[in-house]
Each structure stands twice: as C-alpha cells, then as structure tokens.
Write a protein that binds this ligand. Structure first.
Ligand SMILES: NC(=O)c1ccc[n+]([C@@H]2O[C@H](COP(=O)([O-])OP(=O)(O)OC[C@H]3O[C@@H](n4cnc5c(N)ncnc54)[C@H](OP(=O)(O)O)[C@@H]3O)[C@@H](O)[C@H]2O)c1
Length: 320
C-alpha cells in the first residue's frame, strides 16, 4: 500500500514538473512600457523582473509601499526605468487616480498585466459597495483596462489577465456577480474566488472581441498552483479550514511551482512573437486551453459585461 501511494505521489510530482512550461521568447522590450498590478510580491513581482530584464519600462502597481521591491528589481536587472505607483483596486477612485496619472506621464503602454488578487476577505463590501474579492480580482481590473484603452490603442498592445484553473469551480450567475450573501462559509468564500477568476477570463474574451482590428490583444492565463502567500491568506480569513493547512503547506512546499515558474505563462502571453495577433484565448502552461462552458454563452457574457459596466460606474463615453 505504501509503495502504491509513493508511486502515485511520484507520478503526480513527475507530471507536474514535466508540464511546467517556460517561455522560450527572447523578445527585447527596450522602448516599451508595461504596467503590472500586484507587482510587490509573488507572480507579479517575478513578471516585473522578467519584463525589466528585457529592458522594458515597468510601472509597478500595488496597494502597499513598493520602495523595497522596486529597489530589488533595479538591483537584479540593472534597469533603472522602473516606476512604483500606488493602486488600490478595492477603491474605484484609486483606480481612476492611477489611470489619470498614467495618462499624464506615459506616451505609450505596450503591456498591461492585470495580475493583483486576493483569495478571501474578512469584509463583505468595499467602500464602493462591491464584494472585495470580486472588486480586487475582477471589477477593478475591468475598470482599469477601460480607463487605459486610449493609451493601449497607441501601440499594438497586449493585455494579460491572471485568471486560474479555479475558474472551473465557479457558480457564477448574473445575480451573484457582486455576491450579496455574506461569505459566512468557506465553500462560499472559495466560490467567490472562483467566480472572480472566471469573470476575468470572460472579460478578457470580450475585450479581445471589442478590440479586434485595433491591434490590441487580450488573453487570460492560468499560472498553475504557485507557492505564494495567496493560499495562506485564504486560511487566515477562513479559520475553520486551518486543519487543512498542513496538507496544503506540504503540497505547496514540494509540488507547487515557484513564483518564477508561475510567471512564465504571463510573460509568454505578454512578449512572445509567436502570439502576435492572438487574442481571446486562455493559456495554461504556455499552451492554449479550453475554457469553462459559461465563457462561451454569448447571451450571458453580453449581460455580464453590461452589469459590470454599471457596477464600476463607467460613464457612457468610457464604454467600449
Ligand atoms: N498562487 C497561486 O497558486 C495562483 C494560482 C492561480 C492564479 N493565481 C493568481 O495570480 C495572481 C497573483 O497572485 P500571487 O499568487 O502572486 O499572490 P500574492 O503573492 O499574494 O500577490 C498578490 C498581489 O496583489 C496585491 N494586492 C492585494 N490587494 C490589492 C489591492 N487592493 N490593490 C492592488 N494590489 C493588491 C498584493 O499586495 P500585497 O503585497 O500588499 O499583499 C500582492 O502584491 C492573483 O490574481 C491570483 O489569483 C495565483
């Protein structure tokens, strides 16, 4: 029995390690500008390091103080063209302030990585009356992308949404898009995270179709299971699940990707020459993958988009 279990664990481990894709692209990004949200840690930070090492001007956007991580990026890449800007996706006003500052200081935007995310929140509503997980992961990026569209259209830009394989476990409907119910149980909390990841994927697809012909592409990605603080944050909110922590910590320690490996699919979508003009796809380990069936329901997606426009209070002239 023990031998059988060891075999299974080894096979899962081997499959996992062998399917980790690394981008083969050596694209130089000198003269290009990128924004990465959630740039302070984890997958976002590794994405910044990769783009910066290609000579890109990178605007690191995050809710916390970025001084230390910006200094580290400059130290490790020798690229001093790195800007740190405060962006709190839990506040629609902060997103608007960030976007208008970027519009003033930047003449181009080649890459937008909508990456910031949380797995759970203790509070049920942000100051904008939105569910915090939905707002930080999805609504905030939906608004941010709209506000940066004019800049993105100036070059053949790429938008990348960091979605997740967890999107397959959603229970998203038009009614629970802003999840009215208090997330009083762990399953509901997990569902909200899954919904936010599916919402990102659907938004990416619709941006792709609305931006067809402009040169701007949009794709979503699954970075895989990555050793970051995201899962720990879920347990710190959902304390009832703490007994599971040892198991997940072991999994993260021995099986999960490290943040650099997790960032590869994002970088691939952001820079690979092979993906020129490719839009509306979902990538998993640098390969195009299938999506949850709801993402293909055109009627649902149309209404979902219209509701999102209302939730983030988009002015008519800001709509696509
Ligand atoms: N880790 C995984 O296994 C996994 C799997 C699939 C998808 N993803 C996705 O990958 C993305 C990055 O997650 P990660 O694993 O790298 O986790 P992480 O290390 O916790 O990074 C998340 C980043 O988002 C920032 N952030 C949190 N709230 C914010 C807000 N209100 N406004 C702006 N930025 C905010 C965090 O800032 P602080 O540093 O201040 O916390 C942090 O830098 C997320 O969208 C996540 O859903 C992760």
């Amino acid at each position: 029995m023990l031998a059988f279990l060891c075999c299974v664990v080894f096979l899962v481990y081997a499959f996992h390690r062998l399917t980790i894709a690394k981008t083969k692209s050596s694209t130089c990004l000198v003269g290009k500008t990128a924004i990465v949200t959630g740039a302070n840690s984890g997958i976002g930070y590794q994405t910044v390091l990769n783009l910066a090492s290609r000579g890109c001007r990178v605007i690191m956007a995050d809710v916390c103080d970025l001084t230390q991580s910006r200094n580290n990026v400059i130290k490790y890449t020798n690229n001093t063209n790195i800007v740190a800007k405060k962006l709190d996706l839990a506040s629609l006003q902060s997103i608007r302030d960030f976007a208008s500052e970027v519009a003033k200081t930047e003449s181009r935007l080649d890459i937008l990585v909508n990456n910031a995310g949380i797995s759970a929140s203790k509070s049920n509503r942000t100051e904008d009356g939105l569910n915090p997980v939905m707002q930080i992961n999805y609504f905030g990026h939906f608004l941010l992308t709209h506000l940066l569209i004019d800049l993105l259209k100036k070059s053949s830009s790429r938008i990348v949404f960091t979605s997740s394989f967890m999107s397959f476990f959603h229970n998203l409907t038009l009614k629970n898009l802003n999840y009215d119910a208090t997330p009083d149980d762990s399953i509901t909390a997990l569902r909200i995270y899954c919904n936010s990841k599916l919402a990102q994927m659907i938004a990416s697809d619709i941006f792709a179709s609305k931006l067809r012909g402009t040169g701007v592409t949009s794709n979503s990605v699954n970075p895989g299971i990555v050793r970051t603080t995201l899962l720990g944050q879920f347990f710190s909110v959902q304390t009832k699940l703490k007994p599971l922590r040892l198991f997940t910590d072991l999994y993260l320690r021995f099986m999960a990707k490290d943040p650099w490996e997790g960032s590869q699919v994002i970088v691939h979508c952001a820079v690979s020459k092979r993906l020129e003009g490719v839009s509306g796809k979902y990538f998993w380990d640098c390969m195009s993958a299938f999506k949850p069936s709801l993402a293909k329901d055109e009627e649902f997606c149309r209404k979902f988009w219209e509701k999102s426009e209302k939730f983030v209070k988009l002015a008519p002239e800001e709509r696509l």
